[in-house]
Design a protein around this ligand. Structure first.
Ligand SMILES: Cc1cc2nc3c(=O)[nH]c(=O)nc-3n(C[C@H](O)[C@H](O)[C@H](O)COP(=O)(O)O)c2cc1C
Length: 202
């Protein structure tokens, strides 16, 4: 038996607001991933500062450090979980802008990255429409997005005093989505090594 390392997941929260419900969800996700035996690193857009995309600026100065740093973090991880608010039925412009910059790096740092999309909103739909919109650019730059997504409705009332999900039904739904995603990431991450080991034995 060969020892296997824990899966490494980057959790990117697209809201830095004080009291952000998406941040609360991202923190709950990190705790649940750790409980499942994975290593989860929580980051936010503030860790990857970039100006508004400007082709002339790119021509003069190249791709900004913030986008290069995200590309490096993607390389160091087995998957990317994005937890994002819905803005006007779509994704926050700041999130799209960051990935627009990342897409200027070739080959695409996002190509073949296994992604999982999540949202939280005080509203009744939980930001799900924003995730449907977010799939389009991310799949356009080669990400392999998990088919199932998680949206938390009425999120301003969904957390208990210790930051956990107050409704056990929400917790069970979140765990089911994470379990399905981890199964895929594990297969993608481990299978090439297993195949090489089998080939070496043959
Ligand atoms: C510009 C803007 C647009 C918004 N559009 C939506 C929307 O389409 N759907 C929705 O459910 N909430 C919408 N909201 C409300 C956000 O869901 C709410 O502010 C939420 O708390 C933002 O996430 P955060 O708490 O993680 O910052 C919008 C908020 C802003 C600032």
């Amino acid at each position: 038996m060969t020892a296997t390392r824990p899966l490494r997941l980057l959790v990117l929260c697209a809201s830095a607001r004080t009291g952000s419900v998406n941040r609360a969800l991202a923190e709950a996700v990190v705790r649940r991933l750790a409980a499942a035996g994975a290593e989860a690193d929580l980051t936010g857009l503030g860790d990857f500062p970039v100006p508004l995309y400007d082709a002339d600026l790119q021509g003069r100065e190249g791709v900004p450090e913030g986008a290069v740093r995200l590309a490096e973090r993607l390389r160091d991880h087995d998957g990317l979980v994005i937890v994002s608010p819905e803005y006007n039925y779509s994704m926050p412009g700041s999130l799209k802008n960051l990935f627009d910059w990342v897409s200027r790096i070739k080959p695409w740092p996002t190509a073949g990255v296994d992604g999982l999309l999540m949202s939280a909103s005080p509203g009744p739909v939980g930001g799900h429409r924003g995730l449907l919109a977010l799939r389009v650019p991310l799949e356009g730059i080669g990400m392999r997005l998990h088919p199932t997504m998680f949206s938390l409705a009425k999120a301003d009332k969904a957390f208990d005093a210790s930051g956990g999900l107050a409704d056990p039904g929400d917790g069970a739904r979140l765990d089911a989505v994470l379990d399905g995603y981890l199964t895929v990431v594990e297969a993608v991450t481990r299978y090439p090594a297993a195949r090489a080991a089998l080939a070496a034995r043959a």
